[in-house]
Design a protein around this ligand. Structure first.
Ligand code: C2E
Ligand code: MG
Ligand code: MG
Length: 642
């Protein structure tokens, strides 16, 4: 780990502050000691002054200028002998010197002038001065104290005492420093303890903060970044200037059929798959890249150092390869696959938000194209996707508000042109976009789970209408493959529609496309048989356009086969088509199946189809799909017979 220079700097600052504080404290202590010394000097001087007024007889007369009596002189000599006293002088109230002690005081020199008495002392105040000496000719510390001499509370003169304070000063300063040291030590100790506690608390708080920060930005299951963390890192990276060859891409990764894995193996296994996915993704990323789980089974990668789309493709392929390895779950192994959508900064978006969004749109397209693939963002395709999404919402509304319609296209007998019935075809007139082809909105309804409701509506409406038609006319209803996922309930629905309309089952035909039979064949065949048991007919629509159509012809007893209009259209241009149509008709007839030919647009086609033996014809030549109000229920317009 790299050293953080901040703590060293902080320590230096603390040390400096401590030294300054120490010097400040020592200076302060010496000052305090000096003040204290002054107080003590003054107290001693006051004691001496009081003693003088008490013990010197005739002090008043001395101050008035008379000579001291022998008795007074003796008392003054005793005063002079007091410990520490260097000399003293007595002045009268006007400041005239009246007495000066005999002494060895180096400062006491002969007659002293009255002017030397400080004015404030003459005014009754006290004054203490401390002087520094050299310790040889003058004491190291001496005091000069000026005090009024009081007798019964009245000032009778002034005394000036000069005393040696060297020992007392040394003692006082030493005592103060000792106390200061002790107090400072105690203070420092409590400060150090406080600082240690404070630092510990800060460390704990920082740890808690770091942990919280981690949780706020990471996914606990996989240890990767979460959506918030990813967003932040991506925004920061996008804000940096992009150097050549140092581009950025976002790859949205989604595990295919993760819901199925959860359903089949349980949520613990699902969690394990997610954790393993994160681990595998990490293993194919470079150090600077970031990995996030955005929610559910949605992962995102921020790839750095991207020179061109080739780098992104290479990473996408590495991801697909690593995820394709089998993954152990509690009760066995699962084979994973994933789909990836990618968007490159500066090409597919200028900021993190739009990049992520576009990578996810690309992912949708990758998924739509089949599993286990990757796709790049493409604005054109995404506009189409957007339109489809909007259209799906509009379709849902149209369905809910009964704005869909049914048109009916007549079906005629081939030979005599007699009206057989109609095929019901759903119509949607979009309020803004005009008519939308069922070839577009039926698959849309299938993708968006609307087909069940739509199919039920078509079935009921078609049966209700057909019940009002002349007896014998049939109605053909198209069924979507998605409706067969309902299984048995589809049979109930059809039965219900017939019953509520009062339409005999024999007048209903259901058309399915062969693509339906390609998946889940057995289940579909089972449902088809149950439907046929109701008494209705089942036809195969668009015959010949899918795969292996013939295989189904013997597996299910279709009542009708509708030859796709591509054949009808090819009849006049290619002779081989006629051969195929004839063969289909013969095959169907041999199996007892009627044949319808769709898309008859020309008289030539009609005649050819009749010649080839088609039982039923349908096409714009004979009648376009019409709303129910326009149905004439008439036989095929002339010329009918061939
Ligand atoms: P389809 O079942 O094969 O319906 C016949 C389609 O051919 C209809 O197209 C019809 O208008 C069109 N057609 C009829 N005669 C001619 C002709 O002479 N020339 C040309 N060029 N076309 C002709 P439409 O109505 O656009 O329906 C397209 C497909 O949408 C239908 O094909 C059917 O598969 C599906 N579809 C329509 N309505 C429904 C429905 O209610 N449910 C389901 N599941 N599918 C439906
Ligand atoms: Mg049809
Ligand atoms: Mg058709």
């Amino acid at each position: 780990m790299k050293d953080n220079p901040a703590p060293h700097f902080q320590r230096l600052v603390w040390l400096g502050a401590g030294l300054v504080a120490l010097i400040g404290v020592l200076l302060g202590i010496d000052r305090l000691a000096a003040d204290h010394l002054k107080d003590e000097v003054e107290i001693t001087a006051r004691d001496w002054a009081a003693q003088m007024t008490r013990s010197v007889p005739g002090l008043g007369q001395i101050l008035d200028g008379q000579s001291a009596s022998a008795e007074a002189q003796a008392a003054l000599d005793v005063m002079q002998g007091s410990a520490g006293m260097l000399s003293f002088r007595l002045y009268d109230r006007q400041g005239r010197l009246r007495f000066q002690s005999e002494s060895q005081d180096p400062l006491a020199t002969g007659q002293t002038q009255a002017a030397e008495v400080p004015a404030q002392v003459l005014a009754g105040q006290r004054q203490v001065l401390l002087n520094q000496g050299n310790g040889i000719t003058r004491p190291t510390v001496s005091s000069e104290t000026w005090l009024p001499l009081l007798e019964q509370g009245l000032a009778i003169g002034v005394i000036a005492i000069h005393a040696d304070q060297t020992d007392r000063a040394a003692f006082t300063t030493a005592s103060f420093r000792r106390v200061a040291l002790l107090a400072g030590g105690a203070l420092a100790a409590s400060f150090a303890i406080g600082a240690a506690v404070w630092r510990r608390r800060l460390a704990v708080e920082r740890q808690a903060h770091d942990r919280l920060q981690y949780l706020v930005q990471h996914d606990t299951l996989t240890g990767t970044l979460n959506l918030a963390g990813f967003r932040q890192r991506l925004q920061q990276a996008c804000a940096q200037p992009v150097a050549a060859g140092q581009g950025l891409a976002v790859l949205a990764v989604d595990i295919d059929d993760f819901k199925g894995i959860n359903d089949r193996h349980g949520h613990r296994a699902g969690d394990h798959v997610l954790a393993s996915t994160a681990q595998r993704l990490r293993s194919v990323l470079r150090g600077a890249d970031s990995l996030a789980r955005l929610g559910g089974d949605r992962f995102a990668v921020m790839q750095l150092g991207v020179a061109d789309s080739g780098d992104v493709k290479a990473l996408a392929e590495r991801i697909l390869a690593t995820l394709a390895q089998p993954c152990d779950v509690g009760d066995g192994q699962v084979l994973l696959s994933a789909s990836i959508g990618a968007a490159i900064l500066g090409v597919d978006g200028g900021d993190g938000e739009s990049l992520t969004q576009h990578a996810e749109q690309a992912l949708l397209r990758a998924r739509a194209a089949g599993r286990g693939g990757y796709s790049f963002y493409d604005p054109g395709l995404d506009a189409a996707l957007q339109r489809r999404r909007q259209l799906a919402l509009d379709l849902e509304l149209a369905l809910a508000h009964g704005r869909l319609q049914l048109h009916f296209q007549p079906l005629f007998q081939g030979r005599d042109g007699r009206l057989q019935g109609y095929e019901a075809l759903a119509r949607w007139h979009h309020p803004l976009q005009g008519p939308i082809s069922p070839a577009e909105f039926i698959p849309l309804a299938e993708e968006n789970g609307l087909i069940r409701a739509l199919g039920r509506w078509v079935l009921h409406t078609a049966c209700q209408e057909a019940a009002r038609w002349p007896d014998g006319l049939t109605v053909a209803v198209n069924l979507s493959a998605a409706q067969f996922e309902q299984g048995e309930s589809l049979v109930d629905e059809v039965r219900g529609a017939l019953e509520s309309a009062g339409l005999p089952a024999a007048r209903l035909e259901l058309e399915i496309t062969e693509s339906l039979l390609m998946n889940h064949t057995d289940q579909v065949l089972h449902t088809l048989k149950a439907l046929q048991m109701l008494g209705l007919k089942v036809g195969m629509d668009d015959f010949g356009t899918g795969f292996s159509s013939l295989a189904y012809l013997w597996r299910f007893p279709f009542d009708k086969l509708k030859i796709d209009r591509a054949f009808t259209q090819g009849l006049e241009t290619d002779d081989k088509v006629g051969v195929i149509v004839r063969a289909i008709v013969q095959l169907a007839h041999a199996l007892g199946i009627r044949v319808n030919a769709e898309g008859v647009e020309t008289e030539g086609q009609r005649q050819a189809l009749v010649r080839h033996g088609c039982d039923e014809l349908q096409g714009f030549l004979l009648g376009r799909p019409q709303p129910v109000g326009k149905l004439a229920h008439e036989t095929q317009p002339e010329p009918a017979a061939v």
